[in-house]
Design a binder for this molecule. Structure first.
Ligand code: HEC
Ligand code: HEC
Ligand code: HEC
Ligand code: HEC
Length: 256
């Protein structure tokens, strides 16, 4: 069904911008880390790992609905840019586009940095937390074993950023903030606040759950709309921080 979006992009400038301009650099390993795998992070950050594993971020690749769609799209390379965003998760690097119609044909080269065991991890921890060889997170006062740094929201846009211009949740957020005066952002709504230690044996800190709830979560979806009757008029208020529904272009919201 994502073909709707892709068809509308086919042959257009937007579609051509989906191509990586140059292959991504390999991810530098932070000192103190054994590997890029979420499983390693999970040996210390147990609670966060468990939440992430259950979330759509952790299942972005293994999710059967995604896999079915991906196969139907003939394993279109752009899907990997968001569903497995780290360089080491790419079996091949796309270096050119030979043909758009009737189906996309690309030129690829083998990726020398490919680590097959990372693919199933989908949007894995280091996609958000590793930058220039340093672990980035919200706390300024964190010491070993992993270095702290600026917030993950400071990360540069991923190479497929042109694709996000199709269902553009980020621009939608700006429109919603301007309309409502709210300063809530993606983290406020999608990563609920929690006080807990980052690892067993450490002091409690203000942190964020890694559940990344979306429209598939009942309470989250219910929180998105408020309905009231004003005389004969039904008022429907959008309380999601963006269009409702957003992102996945095939999602439809029915009010019954
Ligand atoms: C710009 C980033 C981006 C790209 C490119 C992308 N996706 Fe997604 N995809 C997402 C996000 C974000 C979600 C929503 C995850 C959630 O529900 O929390 C999603 C969800 C999905 C879902 C719904 C899964 C479910 O169980 O509900 C399917 C199916 C899917 N994507 C297929 C694809 C396919 C096939 C491609 C390539 C043609 C693709 N996506 C490319 C970001 C992307
Ligand atoms: C050997 C245990 C261990 C491993 C493995 C580990 N961490 Fe940590 N991490 C810690 C400890 C300890 C802290 C600091 C806790 C404190 O001071 O409260 C920390 C802090 C952090 C922070 C907060 C940084 C900040 O500046 O706010 C992030 C983010 C983080 N780790 C992510 C990761 C990721 C991602 C991985 C895997 C790639 C990982 N960690 C692997 C133990 C570990
Ligand atoms: C005010 C709260 C709020 C803010 C701010 C917010 N969201 Fe959402 N988001 C929701 C709610 C509620 C839903 C479920 C309804 C829907 O699908 O639109 C949702 C759904 C989503 C979905 C769809 C997931 C799916 O399964 O279809 C994505 C992707 C998403 N948000 C991304 C973002 C991003 C990225 C940002 C920041 C740019 C953001 N959200 C900011 C509340 C918020
Ligand atoms: C989609 C991006 C994303 C992914 C994937 C992700 N995180 Fe985070 N993480 C964040 C953000 C954003 C914050 C900071 C929230 C804030 O306070 O503003 C954060 C905060 C943290 C912190 C600091 C403590 C806290 O609770 O805020 C740790 C530790 C951490 N993440 C570890 C991990 C580990 C381990 C994984 C994988 C199992 C992971 N993260 C996956 C985005 C991500």
């Amino acid at each position: 069904m994502l073909c709707l979006l892709l068809t509308s992009c086919l042959g257009s400038k937007v579609y051509r911008e989906l191509l990586p301009q140059e292959p991504l650099p390999p991810t530098e390993l932070a000192s103190g880390l054994a590997s890029l795998s979420a499983k390693d992070c999970g040996t210390c950050h147990v609670a966060i790992y468990d939440e992430w594993s259950e979330s759509m971020m952790g299942q972005a690749w293994t999710d059967p609905v995604f896999q079915a769609d991906f196969q139907e799209r003939d394993e279109l390379y752009v899907c990997r840019h968001c569903h497995t965003p780290v360089t080491e998760q790419q079996p091949e690097l796309t270096v050119g586009i030979d043909r758009v119609l009737p189906s996309v044909k690309t030129s690829t080269v083998d990726n020398p940095h490919f680590q097959p065991e990372l693919v199933d991890e989908g949007v894995t921890c280091v996609a958000c937390h590793l930058q220039d060889g340093a672990i980035v997170g919200p706390h300024d006062d964190i010491e070993a074993p992993t270095r702290g740094g600026s917030s993950p929201s400071d990360r540069p846009e991923p190479p497929a950023s042109a694709a996000t211009r199709c269902p553009d949740t980020h621009r939608e957020l700006e429109v919603w903030q301007a309309a409502t005066g709210s300063s809530d952002d993606c983290v406020t709504c999608h990563m609920p606040a929690v006080d807990r230690p980052l690892m067993e044996g450490y002091p409690s800190r203000p942190g964020r759950q890694h559940t990344f709830a979306g429209s598939w979560e009942g309470d989250m979806l219910r929180s998105a709309v408020a309905m009231s009757l004003d005389g004969g008029e039904l008022l429907v208020e959008n309380r999601a921080g963006h269009n409702l529904p957003t992102a996945e272009p095939t999602h439809v919201l029915e009010l019954v």
